[in-house]
Design a binder for this molecule. Structure first.
Ligand SMILES: N[C@@H](CCC(=O)N[C@@H](CS)C(=O)NCC(=O)O)C(=O)O
Length: 212
């Protein structure tokens, strides 16, 4: 039985999709990503940064979405969500997940939390604008990487596609982000992932209102 500290709109949704795809039981522990809301002490004890996702299981706990993704894939190989250790496709799988986590997510951070990147509040707008451009640059790299492939790894669906879908749901036209339509190969995969029953369940609030 897994426990997942969970908040709508956040990276914990991608981990929940993984748990649904794997088919294991889990409990959600509601928390918040709002800066003016406190985090449960149990969450902070595992992740002092106050971020989600945070995953717990009998005997362990961890944070960092990409690391959790790899951990769950390896722990549940029957779900076939990742190339196994030793499979040549594992290289692109790991490369893409880490790029998502440390480059594309970083660009989102600039636009959602510009105060974390500048000393003076007068500079926040500049950081945000740079983040928006960085989103365009980094999503373009992934769009070109995918090319005509059906999925991130070619003809094989994987957790990298779930992760890609999750990141596309963070694009908000209301704050000046590029539209997913500007990245047609990314969009093709995101549209395909959206059809999965696991995604329909977890992303129901986003499907009802993408700018929620
Ligand atoms: N590097 C972390 C970042 C996670 C992250 O930024 N989570 C956001 C929601 S998507 C969050 O919890 N934000 C609230 C905060 O930063 O206080 C990961 O990939 O797990």
């Amino acid at each position: 039985m897994y426990k997942l500290f969970y908040a709508n709109k956040s990276a914990s949704m991608g981990v929940r999709v993984m748990l649904e795809e794997i088919g294991v039981p889990y409990d959600l522990i509601q928390t918040s990503v709002d800066m003016d809301r406190p985090r449960p002490p149990e969450q902070l004890a595992i992740n002092p940064n106050g971020w989600v996702p945070v995953l717990l299981w009998e005997g362990g706990a961890m944070y960092e979405c990409a690391a959790i993704t790899v951990y769950l894939c390896d722990r549940h190989p029957d779900a076939r969500l990742a190339p196994a250790v030793g499979d040549p496709a594992r290289a692109l799988f790991l490369q893409t997940l880490v790029y998502f986590s440390n480059t594309i997510q970083n660009a989102y951070q600039l636009t959602y939390y510009p105060d974390r990147f500048v000393n003076a509040s007068a500079d926040e707008s500049s950081a945000k604008q740079r983040g928006i451009r960085r989103l365009w640059e980094t999503w373009t790299v992934i769009d070109n990487q995918i090319g005509d492939n059906q999925w991130v790894l070619g003809d094989r669906f994987s957790a990298a596609d779930i992760y890609l879908f999750m990141l596309t749901t963070w694009l908000r036209s209301g704050i000046g982000h590029p539209s997913v339509d500007e990245f047609p190969n990314v969009k093709r995969i995101a549209d395909a992932v959206l059809k999965r029953p696991s995604v329909q369940l977890v992303y129901e609030p986003w499907i009802a209102n993408p700018e929620y």
